[in-house]
Design a protein around this ligand. Structure first.
Ligand SMILES: Cc1cc2nc3c(=O)[nH]c(=O)nc-3n(C[C@H](O)[C@H](O)[C@H](O)COP(=O)(O)OP(=O)(O)OC[C@H]3O[C@@H](n4cnc5c(N)ncnc54)[C@H](O)[C@@H]3O)c2cc1C
Length: 599
């Protein structure tokens, strides 16, 4: 197993040199913190990851959850890890003091999440899900609901879930049919089925608290009729005793990867006695969920980046050690073999992994800071942060998820036959990665969100805010010798993206919505290349500035590495925009013309 699963040096570069996260302490909300407290949080996260997470990375994959006697048994390390997270305040770290939290900026919390996910993605999701569920109760629940559920969740004793998906309602939440019937006792009777619910049942927790979408009897059809309920596995009866709440676990799926965390099939109300407590008002359930979606989707991006990063470091270590072949110019077979990192094609694969993982991390840290700025700023800064977050959310969710598949596959390729075998962690990283373009909204759904909603929202204001940020970076980069050519190339790609956006919006304005959205996924891919090129230009500028100050040799290598990676991205990845633009402007409507009989 690889020792190094992320680079502390690189994480600090993104946090402090590129994004100046320490400046957040200038806002009253974060004034009690300092660079020192941030460093302490990250150091503690690293130690937890090394001591309590990474050692179980392989074992949790080989001993996946089991469905036994109507419940799911998970790896014993989950209970221990939840206890550590509860006692260490990791589940409520980003919440305000009055909610029992530590008011840690999301940027720093995300950095800790990145370390946890890189160490052991499956294990990292349990507290993360609990944070999300508790956040919903804290934001929209009555005081009684908060007092009843949140303390145990924050303590890591009760597991939280997000229960949206049903057998016939995955991407299309408008088709959710789980029903909620009001009673005169303050709760609703819940009946229905949920599927694929992460940690939907597990013996690591004393109770499971589902944040569940259901439809109140008589509510309007579609998403406008969805309400959000707290549905516990065990409800609290007299004298605080827990009694079953008629939530049955009907099974546990066997997954390709990310196998340390179960996805459960749940059945509510088989005995007519499943009780749910409404959060907020009826029919506003999806709106409440969406208020948290931005943070959750940045979180998925972080998970994908983390796996890609762990895979990159594993293949890099291997490539430095593995001896195979000689230089193409060396004809003497008695000469020693070279480490494979000396072969240009292996360096290409390593650079490709580096630009995806470090470029994805750059965007994720940038978006985490945007979430913080939305919370603490006001006026123009707040509006700008909100717009940028809106348009970048589908990108930060999707780029690392889709490109992470390519990246982890390149990691396997670097190891050749050994990469395909489970003696090395690469094959597991590749399997673990595959979930990310699927959960929290598939790539297809993210793409329609980007093109159909975000790019057009407020008359294109979010798109313009993004373009203005990129242009500002281009202008600054034009004054550095080392980045000025790259700045010009990014400007060209941005203009191409603007042109394609206008072209597609012209199609939408003619009412041809099918055609407008038919290649939304390609538009998202295009957008991703531009956004990551921008992030590489920002990194390149910092690196060029730091090199001009003649740093020590080790730092100089780090910054030179950044510039080589930036060059790689601009030479090998950004040009892919040309092909995408050509297709997105084409008059041919191949995917709309082909009929099911033609397959
Ligand atoms: C490991 C795992 C963990 C999960 N965790 C949770 C969880 O904790 N809570 C929860 O509620 N759910 C969870 N899910 C469910 C997950 O969110 C859904 O699987 C996902 O939203 C897709 O839904 P589906 O599987 O029904 O696929 P479908 O919606 O049937 O989609 C199949 C394909 O069709 C495409 N498609 C569907 N509709 C459209 C459309 N209108 N236009 C274009 N393309 C379309 C999709 O992009 C996809 O490629 C989890 C799933 C997995 C596998």
């Amino acid at each position: 197993m690889a020792e190094k699963f992320y680079s502390e040096r690189d994480l600090n570069f993104h946090l402090y040199e590129v994004n100046d996260v320490a400046s957040l302490t200038g806002y009253p909300l974060f004034a009690d913190h300092s660079r020192e407290t941030f460093d302490m949080v990250i150091e503690t996260a690293k130690n937890i990851a090394i001591d309590h997470m990474r050692p179980f990375f392989t074992e949790m994959d080989r001993q996946p959850p089991q469905y036994i006697n109507g419940g799911i048994r998970v790896h014993p390390s989950v209970k221990n890890y939840m206890k550590i997270c509860g006692e260490g305040g990791w589940i409520n770290a980003p919440f305000p003091y009055e909610m029992g939290g530590q008011q840690i900026p999301l940027s720093i919390n995300n950095a800790a999440q990145f370390i946890f996910s890189a160490a052991n993605y499956s294990l990292s999701v349990y507290p993360h899900l609990t944070t999300g569920a508790a956040h919903l109760i804290m934001s929209f629940g009555t005081q009684e609901l908060k007092d009843r559920y949140v303390p145990k969740m924050f303590a890591g004793q009760w597991q939280g879930t997000m229960a949206l998906t049903e057998p016939e309602a995955g991407s299309s939440l408008s088709d959710v049919v789980t029903s909620a019937e009001p009673t005169d006792k303050g709760y609703y009777r819940i009946t229905g089925q949920k599927t694929f619910i992460s940690a939907g049942d597990c013996d690591s927790a004393d109770n499971i608290i589902h944040l569940m979408l259901a439809r109140v009897k008589g509510a309007p059809a579609g998403v406008k009729g969805l309400s959000l309920f707290v549905v516990p596995k065990f409800r609290i009866a007299d004298k605080g005793k827990l009694e079953p709440n008629d939530v049955a676990c009907a099974g546990c799926y066997h997954k390709m990867g990310y196998r340390g965390s179960p996805i459960a099939q749940l059945s509510m109300g088989e005995n007519g006695d499943c009780r749910g407590w409404l959060l907020g008002s009826e029919n506003k359930g999806l709106t409440y969920m969406f208020q948290m979606m931005n943070e959750a989707r940045v979180g998925v991006g972080i998970g994908a980046v983390a796996i890609a990063t762990a895979a990159y470091h594993a293949s890099l270590e291997y490539a430095k050690e593995r001896l195979q072949g000689r230089n193409v110019l060396e004809k003497d077979p008695t000469k020693p073999q070279l480490a494979i990192i000396e072969h240009a094609d292996v360096r290409r694969m390593l650079l490709n992994q580096k630009v995806i993982s470090e470029g994805g991390l750059a965007l994720a840290i940038y978006c985490g800071k945007l979430v913080d700025l939305v919370h603490v700023s006001s006026g123009e800064e707040k509006e700008r942060s909100e717009l940028l977050l809106e348009i970048l959310t589908p990108v930060v969710k999707t780029y690392p998820s889709e490109m992470g598949i390519i990246s982890t596959s390149l990691g396997v390729q670097c190891l050749g036959g050994y990469g395909y075998c489970d003696d090395f962690p690469l094959e597991q990283h590749m399997r673990d990665m595959r979930i990310h373009p699927i959960h929290e909204g598939t790539t297809g759904i993210q793409a329609m969100d980007l093109l159909g909603r975000k790019a057009t929202m407020k008359n294109g204001k979010a798109l313009m805010a993004f373009a203005a940020e990129v242009e500002s970076a281009v202008n600054r980069a034009s004054s550095f010798d080392r980045t000025k050519d790259r700045a010009a190339e990014l400007k060209e790609s941005l203009e191409l993206l603007k042109g394609v956006s206008m072209h597609l919006m012209g199609i939408a304005m003619k009412g041809n919505i099918d055609r407008f959205l038919s290649d939304a996924t390609l538009y998202l891919e295009f957008f991703g290349y531009v956004a990551i090129a921008w992030q590489w230009l920002l990194q390149g500028m910092v690196a060029a500035g730091a090199l001009a100050k003649k740093p020590a040799a080790q730092d100089a290598d780090f910054y030179e590495g950044k510039l080589h990676a930036m060059d790689f991205f601009f030479e090998y990845e950004l040009p892919k925009c040309l092909g995408l633009a050509k297709r997105l402007r084409s008059e041919k409507t191949v995917t709309l013309d082909v009929k099911r009989e033609h397959f």
